[in-house]
Design a protein around this ligand. Sequence first.
Ligand SMILES: *Cc1c(COP(=O)(O)O)cnc(C)c1O
Length: 394
Amino acid sequence: MGPNAYLCTLSEVQTPWIPYSKPYRAPHEMEYLEQVLSSGRTHGDGPFTKRASQLMEDLTSADSVLLTGSGTHALELASWLLELAPGDEVIVPSFTFSTTAASVVMTGATPVFVDIDPATGSLDIEAAEAAITGRTWAVYVVHYGGVAPDMDRLTGLAERAGIQIVEDNAHGLGARWGGRPCGSFGTLAAQSFHATKNIQCGEGGALLINDPSLRARAEVLREKGTDRSKFLRGEVDKYSWIDRGSSYLPSELTVAVLTAQLEAFDTIQEQRHAIWNTYAESLVPWAAQTGAALMSPPEKVDHPAHVFYFLAPDAGYRTTMLDHLHAAGVGATFHYIPLHSSIAGKRFGRTPNPCPATDEFAARIVRLPLWPGMTDAETDRVITRVHEFAPAMV
Ligand SMILES: *Cc1c(COP(=O)(O)O)cnc(C)c1O
């Protein structure tokens, strides 16, 4: 036994940590970064931005795409573009990330929280319909795990009510509903390239624009309120401050990595789907035995293998199960704390009806590690650790 053996306890040998997610290393990342650095042109809207935007348009069938510094920035742009103002209401599922709602609050408008459908984890369309008032301006639909709700029904509802749809498609790059890409249904849609998303560049995002009449203003809001984008295309001979705006564009350094990632999209997705399918198949008997409900997207959905989750039989079971998995080296997680019961959600939002499905979903969900490059041995170990969890009494 060498001296270093004493630095490593037995339990560490048995339980190396399997993280919940791990950013994929795409081929060409370093090469593209080097190209940007040695070109001496590192600021936004350069050649890589052009290339990555085109790749995004191809992937999503969006009418046009503007890259942003984050998914949150894309949501903020969407809220400004819809000209939300104090008094306006936007329907938002309670089960989502904070910035779906914060991007509404930023404009002075009010997020109205509604329940989710436990079959999808996404918006319950009946709950959305029940929350529509004369002040409702839009619905921000979140495709949880890339699983969209019935988009025919939602589109029909929005048309009847005269409201806009914005898709928070942070989870759903490559996802489809009824064969049509998520991100192509709404007037606008937001993508995220945060480190935890399927395609990542640390921090990054994109605004998908499906109403071409909004494109020109989107460019201005994104470029510090100036018409610099027009100037760069030679459409005006000088640029100046013409509207509200901020700096919402990513550096070419960031987009160099993003481009390499987007070019590896098929490889990334293939690996994620293989792991997702292994979980979905291997855990069926266990789920039947324990009463857990495995994630099972409806038929019209092509999900992007962003998350694999199950709902534990109850909240107590979930908590002890997560403790067990963590102790066994499995980085399983849960989220979100429902927005309708969050501090800011209560302060800035309105919740016209209870959200029991959201409360229950949030209390029972367990998400298993899932990232491209995860080995079969690691996937098997996660499954074994789930199987061996036998709570004394629940
Ligand atoms: C990740 C995420 C966001 C925010 O994206 P950022 O790029 O981190 O700003 C918004 N909504 C949902 C549903 C997300 O998962």
